[in-house]
Design a protein around this ligand. Structure first.
Ligand code: FES
Length: 254
């Protein structure tokens, strides 16, 4: 009998090859497996740029020389930033060589953490939070608005290579739900940014996309003009005065 994992892989492969419709809800990465193709195979040479080679040295210096493998996450992150937001198999092999482990040890990390993309993404990779608080506050409508406006399906890249839309689980910003993150790979590892846009609406996310397309950097954080950071909508209505110190701390009054 097939294990659940094997059945799931077969299902994913059949969906990827169009034998079955795509699921209405997928995971945060496009694929959980690798199949060699002309754009992504171990025969394609890959190495860090000269500027990033210095960063690699600096990253490795944080760990004892017999624990180089501890640097695998920051090195994969740097490789992804350099490579326009995704990790080809040769980049993962290169990292394995640097930290002196078998490539499978690096693949295990890259496939576990959803911030590592193993297929191409747009220069701006838009990640919609799909966890309960954001879902209750309308994240499905946010995603629909983005996909419709950009004319893509989830994890597909727009023809101009600028945008892709993925999904992430809770990004710790539930108080300002719903929210999206924009992973900005438009300026390589030097200009890399990962910004939260919170309290978004379907209309606002489309405006954000168009601002990014124009090369603007829209202000991150809450998009609700009536809130300051995570403060109450419309301003404070309680605890308006200066807080009084507890009496036991007023030493003069004792
Ligand atoms: S549920 Fe969306 S940030 Fe927590």
């Amino acid at each position: 009998m097939l294990s659940r994992l094997a059945s799931r892989r077969i299902l994913e492969i059949r969906q990827a090859f169009g034998q079955l419709p795509q699921p209405s809800r997928s995971f945060s990465t496009a694929l959980n497996y690798h199949i060699d193709n002309p754009d992504n195979n171990p025969g394609i040479p890959w190495e860090f740029s000269d500027a990033n080679k210095e960063k690699v040295k600096e990253i490795l210096s944080h760990y004892p020389s017999n624990y180089k493998r501890s640097a695998v996450i920051p090195l994969l992150d740097l490789a992804q930033q350099q490579h326009g937001g995704w990790l080809p198999v040769s980049a993962m092999n290169h990292v394995a060589k640097i930290v002196e482990v078998a490539p499978i040890r690096v693949f295990e990390v890259a496939t576990f953490y959803s911030m590592f993309n193993r297929t191409k993404v747009g220069k701006y990779h838009l990640l919609v939070c799909g966890t309960t608080p954001c879902m209750i506050r309308g994240s499905r409508e946010i995603e629909e608005a983005l996909l419709k406006h950009l004319g893509v399906t989830r994890n597909e890249v727009t023809k101009d290579g600028l945008f892709s839309v993925g999904e992430m689980e809770c990004m710790g910003c539930c108080v300002n739900a719903p929210m999206i993150t924009v992973a900005d790979y438009s300026n390589g590892s030097e200009g890399y940014a990962y910004n939260y846009y919170e309290d978004v609406t379907p209309k606002r996310v489309v405006e954000l996309v168009e601002a990014l397309r124009r090369g603007e950097k829209p202000p991150r954080g809450t998009q609700n003009p009536n809130r300051i950071n995570s403060g109450p909508d419309g301003g404070n209505i309680t605890l308006l005065g200066e807080p009084k110190a507890p009496p036991c701390r007023d030493l003069d009054a004792c």
